[in-house]
Write a protein that binds this ligand. Structure first.
Ligand SMILES: Cc1cc2nc3c(=O)[nH]c(=O)nc-3n(C[C@H](O)[C@H](O)[C@H](O)COP(=O)(O)OP(=O)(O)OC[C@H]3O[C@@H](n4cnc5c(N)ncnc54)[C@H](O)[C@@H]3O)c2cc1C
Length: 477
């Protein structure tokens, strides 16, 4: 009997799930992927403006999960470039290399400040916070309060939009686990690295010739090629999910046509988990609905700019720790892939602003956002004063960062336990699981969801992905 599967969302997780199902020959499957946007890729898509390609953020492709690397390579055999990583921190009118380099740090901070940082580190070791519940406590215990204020606080608060005291330690443990003051110093010293003793950050990564979206466009095509019963439907939004007689009935809003109502045996959802729960006509307790409504997501927008002169920055991206500007990060598209910039004598930048839906940044008209970005880039000296901006566009992404605040910490375990009890429904991906998953984690959850469908049991635990692993950017030398 043909099994009908609905996959909600054509980002990396949804497409990986569909792809894994499409190569399976043991089951008779009929699979609909529905994507509310007009293109695939989710927040890993590429946006094009008149021959200039923009990544929403900068998406490095690297993973410790072999199956994910294999899938990426197989999907884009000829267009997966190897790129050198260079990223710096801009703070107090100076550039700091990232990972930190001792000479550069000492020169920028000066001997007195560096000494004070060392003293504050020693103080934190002697008198640590007894509890490590939040970001501030976690980082201060490992780096001292002075280094925390210099290199962690401002940028982190720009990203999350809440004080570091409210960000749960869980997030930082996931992101910079195993990085310590000592390892940062060791990494910063020009030592000859031997054996496995010193761990460094990954300095190379893969990147599709025309940005991350190219990978997911290719994956979507392969899915439909692999199996004629698979379809990736764009401009198709899930609006309601009913459960009747052990079947799921999806109501799908398609751009320009009537609502489509269709029955499925199983669902894999990668849409934001709160919207999913709130769209379900299923026996959901009131407290679970309340949690769904209260989980917070951080939004994000990119001001895409072309300047009329050559790019002089050598970085792929620059973290803007400077307090005096709202800019959070700058992507230098010329350096991600030269193919993404139509005129090689021009500079193409993605100025990233972290925000929340409805806030002061989010609601600014596009024209003002372009003016703000140009002004701030020139103020920081990242773009020379005589460069003229000849194109400016804004791209908005609503739900990009699941916020790990106190409410999340207190309520998520109960919420997850309930979600696990819903029959024939698996949630995967980043906002789909409300988890700080990168592309590789998101993809892997998609692959596992597919295997659970093929094996007809939900044995693979998607929640264990990106759990207690070593910080994913560290490599052993
Ligand atoms: C600024 C930034 C930088 C990043 N950099 C990196 C990086 O360098 N490397 C890395 O590996 N990862 C990076 N990531 C993470 C990466 O973007 C995500 O892990 C990945 O895109 C998540 O994939 P997903 O499929 O789970 O979700 P998404 O990409 O969010 O896709 C979900 C899809 O579901 C669709 N959808 C939502 N609701 C509905 C509905 N009701 N009906 C139908 N469709 C719906 C959405 O339109 C979307 O296309 C970054 C993320 C951000 C925000």
């Amino acid at each position: 009997m043909t099994k009908k599967i609905l996959i909600i969302g054509a980002g990396p997780a949804g497409l990986a799930c569909a792809h894994e199902l499409s190569v399976n020959k043991t089951k008779d499957l009929n699979v609909d992927v529905i994507e509310m946007a007009g293109q695939v890729g989710g927040i890993s898509k590429t946006i094009e403006f008149d021959g200039y390609y923009y990544d929403l953020g900068g998406h490095r492709f690297f993973s410790k999960i072999n199956e994910v690397n294999e899938l990426w390579k197989k999907t884009l055999p000829n267009d997966f470039l190897v790129r050198e990583r260079l990223s710096r921190i801009y703070y107090n009118n100076q550039f700091y290399n990232y990972p930190l380099q001792i000479k550069n740090v000492l020169l920028n901070l000066g001997m007195v400040e560096s000494f004070l940082i060392l003293l504050s580190f020693i103080k934190a070791k002697i008198f640590p916070f007894k509890e490590e519940n939040n970001f501030e406590q976690w980082v201060t215990n490992r780096f001292g309060s002075r280094l925390y204020k210099t290199f962690f606080k401002t940028y982190t608060e720009k990203v999350w939009g809440i004080p570091c005291k409210q960000i749960q330690a869980e997030w930082v443990a996931q992101r910079i686990k195993n990085l310590s003051f000592v390892s940062a110093i060791l990494n910063a010293l020009p030592l000859k690295r031997k054996g496995n003793k010193i761990k460094t950050l990954i300095t190379k990564f893969n990147y599709p010739r025309y940005g991350p979206g190219m990978m997911y466009e290719a994956m979507a095509k392969n899915i439909e090629k692999n199996n004629k019963n698979f379809k990736v439907n764009l401009n198709s939004e899930l609006v309601k999910l009913d459960y009747k007689n052990k079947k799921w009935i999806a109501t799908i809003k398609q751009k320009g046509s009537k609502l489509l109502v269709k029955e499925y045996d199983e669902i894999v959802s990668t849409m934001p988990i709160s919207s999913l729960i709130l769209s379900m006509n299923y026996d959901i307790p009131e407290d679970i609905k309340e949690i769904a409504a209260k989980l917070k997501y951080r939004a994000f927008l990119v001001v895409c700019l072309v300047f009329n002169k050559p790019n002089k920055l050598k970085d792929n991206w620059i973290y803007i720790h400077e307090k005096s500007v709202k800019l959070g990060r700058l992507q230098v598209l010329n350096n991600w892939s030269p193919f993404m910039v139509k005129n090689k004598n021009y500079s193409s930048y993605g100025a990233e602003y972290f925000c929340s839906e409805g806030d002061e940044i989010w609601t600014k008209p596009d024209k003002e956002l372009v003016e703000l970005a140009v002004k701030e880039l020139k103020l920081c000296g990242l773009v020379p004063k005589d460069y003229e901006c000849i194109k400016g566009n804004v791209v908005y992404a609503k739900k990009t960062y699941p916020v790990y605040d106190e409410f999340y910490r207190d309520n998520m375990p109960k919420f997850i336990e309930f979600v696990k009890t819903i029959p024939k429904l698996q949630v995967a991906g980043r906002c789909g699981m409300f988890k700080y998953n990168n592309m590789d984690h998101s993809i892997y959850t998609g692959l596992l969801a597919a295997r659970n469908i093929i094996l007809e049991h939900h044995k693979y635990d998607l929640w264990s992905v990106n759990q207690d692993e070593e910080y994913h950017e560290i490599k052993k030398e």
